[in-house]
Ligand binder design. Structure first.
Ligand code: BDR
Ligand code: CA
Length: 386
């Protein structure tokens, strides 16, 4: 849990060096590596029977420098800005994307997994495994994307932009076991970034809080504390998908960082970027330009005052990598579960005087630094592809 409330620069920076390494296909820890896009990866290999074990304890004391990239798991409802989050992760040398797990929201889990595989393949990351997570909210047994989600991300989640289907399939292991296995193996060397419905991540955190408390950070995109929501005046889309799971996460004693609309609406991408991507002359550049032009068009209709599209999910990845991009306040959050404010993220009134807080809520962002880093890194990646 975090210390007293107060504005700070982020959620890690503890100076501990990571253990490095990855899991081989038999689940054994093997050597670390630096080239994140040329090695085969796996978030784990146990076949769905992991119990809560102790964290692998990747924090070797005594060094302030990380020599190996940290491991990253993205839990996505792949959607347009989720695809941008994949691109930013692959373009960032500080992290090794070891897995994408699939949640729902912009699209179903099944559609999101197909989208993730296709985007990873297009970006040359066809060795990154994807895992299916829980495909519906607590209290329901199914999920269908809302009309609002379809308007913003398109029926296929990728704005109808043309991309070859992947020939790969999701792994047979569940997302829940993949995340727990990686958390137990890598400990503080693992960053987890959920950017869709929180059902799967809340499930693993509540099931094994001691293991999940041992990861480097859980930095989720979702919520709105100081600004209006984007589903209604109080509620942000990711939290709206499964308010109960989000509330469970906030109350299960696992530290998190919230990157909500408070900051993501201050980081916008414009058509200058998509023009530049299209002019690269690569298939990846054209696909990302077409997809993001669709997204910007949706924003021009719904929130023209922003001047572009919100870089929601990529900002969560960037804040996990470099917490100095955001300033945060510590709060014990709750999610309203009933009534007209159902889905609202707000401080739990019963925990206001607690000295320890479980969530660092981003309320400030160095938007200029993030957007220019995003444009530079993603532009280079798209230019490298054929
Ligand atoms: C969030 O909701 C989804 O539409 C986006 O992908 C993002 O994760 C923004 O509220
Ligand atoms: Ca998302």
């Amino acid at each position: 849990m975090h210390d007293r409330n107060g504005v700070d620069g982020g959620s890690d920076g503890d100076g501990r060096i990571a253990g490095g390494g990855k899991l081989d296909s038999g689940g054994k820890l093997v050597d670390g590596h630096s080239d994140s896009r040329r090695r085969s990866r796996s978030a784990g290999s146990e076949d769905g029977r992991r119990e809560c074990g102790r964290s692998g304890g990747a924090d070797s004391p005594g060094s302030a420098h990380r020599r190996t990239p940290r491991k990253l798991i993205l839990d996505l409802d792949t959607g347009i800005d989720d695809a941008l989050a994949i691109a930013y992760a692959l373009a960032s040398p500080e992290v090794d994307l070891i897995a994408v797990t699939g949640t729902y929201g912009n699209v179903t889990v099944e559609r999101g997994l197909r989208n993730s595989l296709a985007v990873l393949d297009l970006l040359g990351a066809d060795d990154v495994p994807v895992y299916a997570g829980i495909d519906h909210p607590l209290g329901s047994d199914s999920f269908e994307p809302s009309a609002g989600s379809r308007a913003i991300h398109g029926d296929d989640g990728l704005g109808g932009a043309s991309i070859p289907e992947s020939s790969r399939r999701p792994e047979t292991q569940s997302a829940q076991d993949a995340i727990l296995n990686a958390a137990a193996t890598y400990g503080r060397d693992l960053l987890v970034v959920p950017t869709g419905a929180l059902t799967t991540v809340a499930h693993v955190c509540c099931r094994c809080p001691e293991v999940m408390s041992g990861v480097g950070s859980i930095t989720f995109m979702g919520g709105a504390l100081t600004v209006p929501g984007n589903v209604n005046p109080c509620v942000e889309a990711n939290i709206s998908q499964d308010p109960q799971s989000a509330d469970n996460l906030f109350h299960c004693a696992v530290p998190t960082t919230m990157v909500g609309l408070d900051v993501t609406h201050r980081t916008v991408l414009t058509r200058d970027a998509t023009r530049a991507w299209r002019s690269l002359g690569t298939r990846a550049g054209r696909f990302f330009a077409d997809m993001v032009d669709y997204y910007i068009g949706a924003y021009e209709r719904s929130q023209p005052y922003l001047g572009g599209c919100g870089l929601h999910d990529p900002l969560a990845v960037a804040a996990a990598i470099d917490p100095t991009l955001i300033s945060t306040i510590g709060l014990n959050l709750q999610v309203d579960l009933e009534g007209p404010f159902r889905g609202r993220t707000i401080a739990d009134p019963e925990l206001l005087r607690e000295e320890t807080t479980s969530t660092r809520v981003a309320v400030g962002v160095d938007g200029g630094r993030f957007v220019s880093t995003f444009v530079g890194r993603v532009g280079r990646l798209l230019g490298e592809r054929c």
